[in-house]
Design a protein around this ligand. Structure first.
Ligand code: ZN
Length: 315
């Protein structure tokens, strides 16, 4: 049986591009690894943040659109997104969140202590210490590299039908079920990052798409050949996957699992260095070739944004 390696990326909707950059780069220290546009709606940015090279398992992406109504986190969605911080760095992160006025609380799931907080649009985020080391984005602002976020630890899913989501994770995607504890069912994959998925078993409100909610979660396929195999498996099991789409940085397909959550499967290659050098990732607005002729027009429509060290980090 083919198995999913882990989380590839998670994509969410927010209202403001600069505010999102200030939070994910400025406060959390992730690297803006790609500044491009929504290929289906070129007047909207698509911003990708990750570790230094934007490796699969570290990438959170956003569609910032000011006019988008606020959504509601609930069933049929990813409920929270967790990031790995190095062992021993919890106090550092609590102090840092406090310094930037981010309210947080501590919670425990499966014996792991999480620092839980929200981004400016209301997305639920967590930081959790893990022992395994993974490449990070390096030092930025007030974050030394030995405290830097390393990528996803995992995600918590809120399903319309938790047992159906569990079945898809275990019997289709090949996650291993680690058991149930205090209203959550935990699954794990073999990846070194982005490898844990929890399903919430207690009742939740119905989710509404909009700003402050996750649009979809993407899982990793090693290459295009494997993606084609996934497509065949999903068709056979009546998940009605989309055709394979060219997302320039990876190939991808989409389907709804039985609990209402939009899943994507995306290939590890080509990666974000396909159209600009690693050292310059995220600086220039990158456009697919078919939109290059509209660059001037698009650059006028999109609000100017920048990665900047926040005031609280300036000496
Ligand atoms: Zn995606």
């Amino acid at each position: 049986m083919q198995k999913i390696a882990g989380i590839h990326h998670i994509t969410a909707m927010v209202n403001d591009a600069q505010r999102t950059i200030d939070f994910y780069a400025g406060v959390l220290g992730l690297r803006l690894v790609k500044k491009t546009i929504n290929f289906d709606r070129p007047e909207v940015y698509h911003l990708y943040f990750g570790n230094g090279s934007g490796d699969p398992g570290t990438v959170i992406t956003f569609f910032p659109w000011a006019k988008q109504p606020k959504g509601r986190i609930g069933t049929g969605q990813v409920g929270s997104i967790s990031f790995v911080i190095p062992a021993g760095s919890t106090e550092f992160w609590k102090n840092r969140l406090q310094k930037f006025g981010v309210k947080f609380f501590s919670s425990v799931r499966f014996d792991e202590k999480h620092i839980a907080f929200q981004d400016p649009d209301g997305l639920e985020l967590e930081l959790v210490e893990r022992e395994e080391e993974f490449s990070h984005s390096g030092s930025f602002g007030g974050i030394p590299s030995d405290k830097a976020v390393q990528g996803f630890s995992g995600a918590m899913l809120i399903s319309v039908q938790p047992h159906k989501t569990a079945e898809a994770l275990e019997n289709i995607l090949g996650f291993e079920c680690l058991g149930q504890e205090e209203g959550f069912l935990r699954f794990k994959s073999e990846a070194s990052v982005g490898n844990t998925v929890d399903i919430k078993l207690t009742p939740s409100v119905r989710g509404l798409m909009g700003a402050g909610t996750v649009h979809h979660i993407a899982w990793r396929a090693r290459d295009e050949e494997e993606l084609h195999k996934w497509r065949a498996v999903l068709e056979e099991r009546n998940f009605y996957p989309t055709e394979i789409r060219d997302r320039h940085y990876f190939k991808a397909l989409y389907f709804h699992e039985g609990g209402g959550i939009l899943f994507e499967i995306a290939t590890d290659p080509l990666g974000f260095a396909v159209d600009e050098p690693i050292e310059k990732l995220g600086q220039k607005l990158m456009l697919p070739s078919w939109l290059e002729s509209k660059r001037q027009e698009l650059e006028k429509t999109l609000p100017p944004v920048e990665v900047r060290v926040l005031e609280g980090d300036q000496k």
